[in-house]
Write a protein that binds this ligand. Structure first.
Ligand SMILES: Cc1cc2nc3c(=O)[nH]c(=O)nc-3n(C[C@H](O)[C@H](O)[C@H](O)COP(=O)(O)OP(=O)(O)OC[C@H]3O[C@@H](n4cnc5c(N)ncnc54)[C@H](O)[C@@H]3O)c2cc1C
Length: 540
């Protein structure tokens, strides 16, 4: 099998590449995806992410190693293993990040990645339902929905409480200014999930120059000297190979992209030798610099009905199921993360350090292995939540053996940097302050978690260490930068020191952004496609 381009991984970035590289018809493109079809009810129905969260058929279901900073707790790391990748199982909140995030990427030695450079890609990729304007796109394949009129009334209480404490209402956190409180926009369309697969791949698959092979897990890259010439993959129990005349693009995500590189002998020498893999190309930053957002929830009983009453009883499920099937509306057509915002907890910050969430639902007694979005608490309650924006703790992803089908070791090293503890501490104090504002006081019965006995800084920090959890945004394990000793790809996403290999996914982020990561991964796919196509034309 020989192709011009081989893309590994049909996720948020990989689907974009498959579409854009095959669109001109000049190139033969192969897309290899370890998972299967995304045409599944619980993938397409938005609230189905409560189900796919623990569904082996579409999820890698990783477990990260204990972190000393979070009381040696292990954490569960879902990652999409299906067409669409994690965009097929995520919570659909659409956030671009802060202008400063990208300006800092560029300032770290990555020309072409400042906000003004990436804005055209953010616009090109989307059709924002609110209409095109200097910040928003109106003609892209990814439909971003404005669902403000369908959200739970508690969102209005949350936003009013934010304003009462001095935060501004922000009608579009993806436009000129990110700070403030507002309604979240969703990657849904007419009540169905708008994954990268639906947006980019479904129509592209009809092209004869694009071949998509599902359940094909790439195990290693084929190297000839310092040139990547193809990939080896496992498919239906057989080992197969495919050759690339031009380039291989790794879009397997922050966990699997470094895993594939390390199994190919590309990575830090000591990691490879410990795993019994012979070194082909020394690249010390492969798998390093792992960053992730960490979240906290405070739980309040509600004096008005919440989604708990709508979704818990059988008749509620039946009714909402019917509403969804007949109208594609109601809570099953939405995310449970409905309103939120971005705030600076200190005046000296140049970008927000805390992201806020309002979820009009609660699930206090979730047994391990279940995420009961459809089985919430038997009393009216809601969650005020937050996550940090730019954590300073760093972890790593390393292969555990020379078996490419064995899960890699993920060490998040959460809260190993004191500044991250401080951010979360200031964040939970801000949540509490918000809960005391009149508009939330009107609807709050009492705080159940962590509860009124948790008051001093020491108690709040102990609660953070004992409770904080991933919000599923791992990045930077093959980060972009000018120095091969500390980064893996250059500003054109080419792997330092190798020919014929680029990376395009969350692993290239030089630094985690302020906000959810799906939109930025899609943008990376768009920009990568543009760079690959213009380089391709140069060598016709
Ligand atoms: C539960 C959950 C909730 C989230 N909620 C949100 C949210 O609300 N908003 C938001 O913006 N972001 C959210 N995210 C994060 C966001 O979805 C991801 O950051 C983004 O999708 C990552 O894109 P990617 O292209 O880096 O990788 P992915 O989309 O993960 O794609 C990688 C693809 O590569 C495939 N692959 C991996 N290894 C191989 C291999 N060896 N061979 C072949 N294929 C392989 C995978 O199966 C997968 O399909 C969430 C993530 C999760 C898991």
């Amino acid at each position: 099998m020989e192709f011009d381009y081989i893309i590994v991984g049909a996720g948020s970035a990989g689907c974009v590449l498959a579409d854009r590289l095959s669109a001109c018809g000049r190139y033969q493109v192969l897309l290899l995806e370890a998972g299967g079809s995304d045409k599944r009810f619980f993938v397409q129905m938005p609230i189905g992410y409560g189900k796919t969260y623990y569904q082996k058929a579409v999820n890698w279901m990783y477990t990260a190693e204990p972190s000393a900073g979070t009381q040696d707790r292990k954490s569960y790391w879902p990652r999409g293993k299906v067409l669409g990748g994690s965009s097929s199982i995520n919570a659909m909140v659409f956030v671009r990040g802060n202008k400063q995030d990208y300006d800092d990427w560029a300032a770290a030695g990555n020309p072409g990645w400042a906000y003004d450079d990436v804005l055209p890609y953010f616009k090109r990729m989307e059709s924002w339902q609110g209409g095109e304007n200097p910040y928003r796109g109106g003609h892209g394949p990814l439909i971003v929905s404005n669902v403000a009129d369908q959200l739970h009334p508690l969102c209005d209480n949350f936003i009013a409480a934010g304003q009462e404490m001095g935060l501004e209402f922000n009608p579009d956190m993806n436009a000129g200014r990110q700070e403030g409180v507002g309604f979240y926009q969703l990657t849904t369309h007419k009540g169905q999930r708008m994954s990268a697969a639906r947006a980019y791949l479904w129509s592209a698959r009809s092209r004869s120059n694009l071949q998509v092979i599902k359940r094909a897990q790439v195990t290693r890259l084929l190297l000839a000297d310092k040139q990547i010439i193809g990939v080896e993959f496992s498919h239906r129990g057989k080992v197969r190979q495919a050759h690339a005349k031009r380039e291989v693009v790794l879009s397997a995500g922050s966990i699997n992209t470094p895993q594939i590189l390390q199994h190919s002998g590309i990575g830090p020498e000591q990691v490879l030798s410990a795993a019994g893999v012979s070194l082909q190309h020394q690249s010390p930053a492969v798998g390093q610099n792992l960053q992730d957002h960490l979240g906290m929830d405070y739980l309040y009983t509600s004096l008005i009905p919440t989604l708990n009453e709508q979704l818990r009883p059988w008749y509620g499920k039946f009714w909402q199921g019917l509403v969804y099937l007949l109208t594609r509306q109601g809570p099953l057509s939405l995310s449970v993360n409905q309103a939120g915002g971005f705030v600076k907890t200190r005046a000296d910050l140049t970008y927000p350090n805390i992201q806020l969430y309002l979820s009009p639902v609660s699930y206090t007694r979730a047994p391990v292995g279940k995420r009961p979005l459809m089985n919430p608490d038997p009393f009216p309650a809601f969650l005020l939540g937050l996550s940090n924006c730019r954590p300073k703790s760093r972890g790593q992803v390393t292969i555990a053996s020379n078996d490419p089908l064995q899960a890699p070791t993920i060490e998040p090293n959460y809260l190993s940097h004191d500044d991250d503890v401080q951010d979360l501490l200031e964040g939970v104090k801000l949540l509490r302050k918000m809960a005391l504002m009149p508009s939330l006081q009107q609807v709050i019965g009492k705080e159940i978690r962590p509860g009124p006995e948790c008051q001093t800084d020491a108690q709040l920090i102990a609660d953070i260490r004992g409770y904080a959890w991933t919000v599923f945004h791992p990045t930077s394990t093959c980060r972009m930068g000018p120095d091969p000793a500390t980064s893996v790809v250059d500003h054109k996403l080419k792997v330092h020191g190798l020919k014929g290999l680029r990376i395009a996914d969350a692993s290239i982020f030089p630094q985690l952004i302020c906000g959810n990561t799906n939109a930025a991964c899609t943008m990376v796919g768009e920009k990568a496609a543009d760079m690959i196509l213009s380089d391709g034309e140069a060598i016709q």
